[in-house]
Design a protein around this ligand. Structure first.
Ligand SMILES: *Cc1c(COP(=O)(O)O)cnc(C)c1O
Length: 392
């Protein structure tokens, strides 16, 4: 067989490979592992969504090919949600594209706009799909460092003029994975002005817009006037409805970019299973009770983790959104050596920050996707091993 395509060869080696091997070894030794590793909700999809699915799956209309852009009913439910929740006017006919999970759209938008040699502005640390998607399309990432001293927001003024002129897409993601940072309307306005000046498509990833705590409500970039001139927003039912396995998301915003994404998709996939779209409609039309419940669950777990970490010497603000805690590794450790140490000595999985980019080195990410008793147990184990830690 001839070698793989360069774009595949160029995908960097999987950073968690070593840790995965350690997890495997620990499991074989019979260690009771607590995983604060993956960002995948542990709770089931709400009953009313499952019920709707059970009904819809019987309808033979849904057994045929769906349209790539999604049913008009689903797109209308998305537009109604954006109006109700964000006060944003979204035309369901031209400004919504249904996705097979938002990851699909985030990867595919690169094929719509990026030619070999083009540049995308990519946050670092960040969700790996922005940079890998850019690379798969032959583009190059210009990294926008998300630094703690800037509240994990990119410094748009630090982007060199010639890079900004050349850039095709700017990826943004607030509330942010992995840092848990929150955005603001002011920042979105600034980003839109920047994108208008340099003719850049903003792709904002709002996957965690509903996972917020302590009364904080996350904005959509679509709340900003003129956003639709330069921006699309990716969103997903995965996190608010514990539906990561179902694969249903959507993009809204600039009609030209939405049409282009739909055109690309119509040539490579055949859309999301329609029964899932209708189950998704049921969810979107009755979000509040599920969201309120999840907020209570995650914030209680977060408090247990943060109290435990604070007793060990971490000085952290409680994240107001996402289900991630992003923290510095103690003195004498790298991201990877600390993750390995915690796994080895405590049987607790955390992810090394450098897995999310160069600027993630020196940090780790821990998720809130285990029940309270397991979270408390994880903190107890760490306290026993580390006592009081020191930091650089
Ligand atoms: C989980 C997540 C998504 C959602 O992915 P789906 O493909 O919709 O399941 C998107 N962006 C970020 C940053 C995420 O963490």
């Amino acid at each position: 067989m001839k070698p793989e395509a360069k774009r595949i060869q160029n995908i960097p080696p999987y950073l968690f490979a070593r840790i995965e091997q350690k997890i495997e070894e620990a499991r074989e030794r019979g260690v009771d592992i607590i995983s604060l590793g993956i960002g995948d909700p542990d709770l089931p999809t709400p009953e009313f969504v499952i019920k709707e699915m059970a009904e819809q799956i019987k309808n033979p209309v849904h057994h045929q090919y769906p349209s790539s852009v999604g049913t008009l009913d689903f797109r209308k439910a998305v537009a109604a949600y954006y109006k109700r929740r964000f006060g944003a006017d979204i035309d369901p006919k031209t400004e919504v594209c249904t996705l097979i999970g938002s990851k699909e759209g985030i990867a595919n938008i690169n094929y719509c706009y990026v030619d070999p040699g083009d540049i995308n502005l990519v946050p670092d640390p960040g969700y790996p799909v922005y940079g890998i998607g850019t690379m798969l399309a032959g583009g190059e990432s210009y990294l926008m460092p998300l630094l703690e001293e800037n509240g994990f927001m990119p410094d748009l003024d630090a982007i060199p003029e010639e890079i900004a002129r050349k850039a095709k897409i700017m990826f943004l993601n607030y509330p942010n994975n992995p840092t848990g940072a929150i955005g603001s309307i002011e920042f979105f306005k600034k980003a839109i002005d920047f994108a208008k000046k340099y003719d850049i498509l903003i792709c904002h990833d709002a996957a965690y817009a509903e996972m917020t705590y302590d009364g904080y409500i996350a904005p959509s970039i679509m709340e900003v006037e003129g956003a639709k001139d330069v921006a699309i927003e990716f969103n997903s039912l995965s996190k608010p409805f514990n539906m990561t396995g179902w694969r249903i998301g959507f993009a809204v915003g600039n009609p030209k970019a939405i049409a282009t994404l739909a055109r690309y998709k119509s040539n490579v996939d055949s859309g999301a299973f329609q029964a899932i779209q209708y189950a998704g409609i049921a969810g979107l039309n009755d979000m509040e009770p599920t969201i309120e419940y999840l907020k209570t669950v995650y914030s209680a777990r977060r408090n247990i983790m943060l109290d435990g970490m604070s007793a060990m010497g971490w000085e952290l603000e409680k994240p107001k959104a996402t289900f991630y805690v992003w923290a510095k590794v103690p003195k004498g450790f790298t991201s990877e050596s600390f993750a390995e140490d915690v796994l080895e000595k405590c049987g607790v999985i955390i992810t090394p920050g450098n897995g999310y980019g160069t600027y993630g080195e020196g940090y780790f990410r821990a998720t809130l996707t285990v029940p309270e008793d397991r979270m408390a147990e994880a903190m107890e184990r760490m306290k026993k091993v580390y006592g009081k830690l020191e930091f650089e």
